[in-house]
Design a protein around this ligand. Structure first.
Ligand SMILES: Cc1ncc(COP(=O)(O)O)c(C=O)c1O
Length: 415
């Protein structure tokens, strides 16, 4: 990371004119990856849909300065939030009695769910509640354990890179507050056996959180398209919470996730309420106090604008790109997919090809391909806009597999 510009670390004595500021910002932004360029994999999810972006910009302009903290002052923002929760709940078959809220992102959704599960365990007398999660689960569970004084117990994966249910059976105990399943996970795009994990959790009176931060706005549409999708949402008995991010494959700008609870009563445990100060009752269902209104309004608008058929169409073209890319990869000697990825996220591994060196060549050609550490390899998260560059991507990848040197040993970092 570059150091801050020394000329910019002090508040200027007098303001910088707008034109100069924007020129400076343009110059700085030019040093960052183009979020529309379809050369990033993950972090951003470009659709290539100009009309959708225009809508997002228009709604963003209207709500940029709003604050969702106080639903009485911004009642329509509160209603957008309720409607996003209801629409997402409908997609994921949340029962009528369920509830939830929007948060700033997948991490906060997971944090809030873990907090609720901690309360649930404390209420039944557990002293140090545990989170039982597969090693492929997102670091947000470790963060939750760290923040909330919980213990993270990690389960190994089976030979197909899914959470090993038998191992989970051996690790669950009276202190387990919640068991985690990913639908699907980040490292490999592989589904955990949600129904089996939820059953183990239910047998022990523990909650079951399904992390659908990535999959929540993918799997319902894959199901519509006729892909075989194992049951994973609230239709599965024992699933108590689901996180699903609108700011990933829901195609809303950053700052929009949902956390849903089967039981509205437990949703109540998300709230922190305090009135013992001079300014009266204060309450909020998440980590944030002041809460940006624009991500809520834009998420609502994107969902309304696309509708189910819009998402299905986008997922169809995205999966066409995925399949084209995976067919090309299947033709490379010694390179294979890790496990059985279900959707637009997958990883590749190899015993014979130095994939980090392949990644270096791709970097040199302007592709921001992520690395995986275990197994060593490359990680890809395909967005709709990759459809426009897939032939170039395959050509570069093919060339990189054939003509690569020694790996430069770039650090493998979550990105
Ligand atoms: C499976 C999964 N869960 C949770 C998260 C966390 O989401 P966020 O980065 O929005 O906090 C991610 C992020 O990539 C993820 O892939």
């Amino acid at each position: 990371m570059d150091k801050p510009d020394a000329t910019k670390t002090r508040l200027p004595e007098t303001g910088v004119p707008t034109e100069a500021l924007l020129a400076d910002i343009d110059a700085r932004q030019a040093r960052e990856p183009d979020v529309h360029g379809a050369r990033l994999f993950g972090l951003v999810y470009p659709t290539g849909r100009h009309d959708l972006e225009e809508l997002v910009l228009a709604v963003n302009n209207r709500y940029l300065f709003g604050n969702a903290l106080n639903p009485f002052k911004f009642p329509e923002v509160a209603r957008y939030e309720g409607e996003v929760i209801a629409m997402t709940g409908g997609l994921l078959h949340m029962p009528d009695g369920g509830g939830g809220s929007m948060t700033s992102g997948g991490t906060e959704s997971i944090l809030m769910s873990m907090k609720v599960n901690r309360e649930r365990a404390l209420a039944r007398g557990v002293e140090r509640p545990q989170i039982l999660a597969p090693i492929s689960a997102h670091p947000a569970y470790a963060k939750a354990a760290h923040y909330f004084g919980m213990e993270l117990v990690r389960a190994p994966l089976d030979a197909r890179y899914r959470a090993d249910v038998n191992a989970m059976r051996g690790l669950i105990g009276p202190s387990t507050a919640v068991v985690v399943a990913s639908a699907f996970n980040y490292p490999y795009g592989v589904m955990d056996p949600v129904a089996e994990i939820a059953a183990v959790a239910a047998e022990h009176g523990a909650g079951c959180h399904v992390d659908a931060c990535v999959g929540g706005f993918v799997l319902p549409f894959l199901e519509d398209l006729g892909y075989p999708v194992e049951p994973w949402d609230f239709r599965v008995p024992g699933v108590t919470e689901i996180s699903a991010d609108v700011h990933k494959y829901g195609f809303a700008p950053k700052g929009a996730s949902t956390v849903l609870h089967r039981d509205a009563d437990w949703f109540g445990h998300q709230y922190f309420v305090f009135s013992d100060w001079p300014s009266g009752l204060y309450g909020s269902p998440g980590v944030a106090g002041a809460k940006p209104a624009a991500p809520i309004a834009t998420a609502w608008a994107v969902m309304q604008s696309l509708g189910r058929s819009g998402y299905v169409d986008i997922m169809r073209t995205t999966m066409d790109t995925v399949e084209k890319l995976q067919d090309a990869i299947a033709g490379f000697d010694g390179i294979e997919l890790v496990g059985d990825p279900i959707g637009p996220v997958f990883a590749v591994k190899s015993d014979t090809v130095d994939l980090y060196a392949v990644g270096d060549v791709m970097d040199d050609r302007g592709w921001h391909v992520n690395r995986n550490m275990d197994p060593p390899g490359l990680h890809m998260m395909i967005s709709p806009a990759h459809a426009t560059v897939v032939d170039e991507l395959i050509a570069d990848l093919t060339d990189a597999v054939v003509h690569h040197g020694e790996s430069r040993g770039k650090a493998v970092r979550y990105s």
